[in-house]
Design a protein around this ligand. Sequence first.
Ligand code: HEM
Ligand code: HEM
Length: 232
Amino acid sequence: MIYPYGMKKIIRVWDLPIRLFHWLLAVCILISFITVKIGGNAMEIHARVGYCVLALIIFRICWGLMGSYHARFINFVPSPQSLFSYVLGKSQGGIGHNPLGALSVIALISSVGVQAVTGLFANDDISFEGPFAKYVSNSTVSLLTSIHHFNEYVLLILIALHLCAILYYYKFKGEDLVKPMIVGDKEIDPSKEAKNLPADLGLASKDGGLQRGLALLLLSLIAAVLGYLITA
Ligand code: HEM
Ligand code: HEM
């Protein structure tokens, strides 16, 4: 297809499963921080949203292996060379996560994952403990609880960096990253971008009924297994 000069080409970058994953994750993390500050009975809610987060993270890891083009790790996790060349300004990012952004994505997914897993074993020394604490020794519980505490700060720093980076792109690079994470599409000017992004132009993320159905099935399966293990 030929695009006349100035005409934008619209490309699906973030499929619906990624977008839902992202915004549900953000809401759940917010609720888990609020509930832990309230304490008491709110710890029940803290645990429940924590299970949701765990299911979301496991889903995201699976989707990073089998999801749509820009969701797959192999298409955005940078090699050291591509990272350096991006940081030194010698190459441009593609249409998905740029090499530096990809690192922050990996860090966020890891830190959130560690938080949700250690939570399963954590104990507040008062009346609440994670459902798996009973399977391990007291010293393991206290170790995992300290990781849960320490990682709180790691997570807060990563979230702050995440938001600052998005603001930086908006203010200084004139790029709105948030809209694509909501609607899924990025607009590119093929007459300009074709120079930098030959590989990206044809590679939209598939986001049809089949992919969405598969994602729903996958998430349901993960939730069912997790629910079974947690209540066992
Ligand atoms: C999204 C995942 C989670 C986040 C972001 C999160 C965050 C936090 C934070 C910020 C604290 C407070 C630490 C402090 O007092 O300084 C905390 C405490 C705690 N969390 Fe989580 N948590 C998550 C998942 C879970 C899960 C799944 C469970 C258990 C089912 C859990 C159980 C606990 C317990 C028992 C404490 C109390 C520790 C204490 O007060 O000594 N958390 N969590
Ligand atoms: C607790 C809060 C948040 C967490 C844990 C979080 C986590 C993440 C993760 C894991 C990704 C990677 C998406 C993927 O490929 O799976 C991501 C991307 C993104 N997030 Fe967040 N996020 C949070 C809050 C926010 C907020 C409040 C905004 C909007 C203001 C936002 C905007 C974005 C955008 C625009 C991207 C795509 C960046 C890009 O184009 O490479 N996030 N976030």
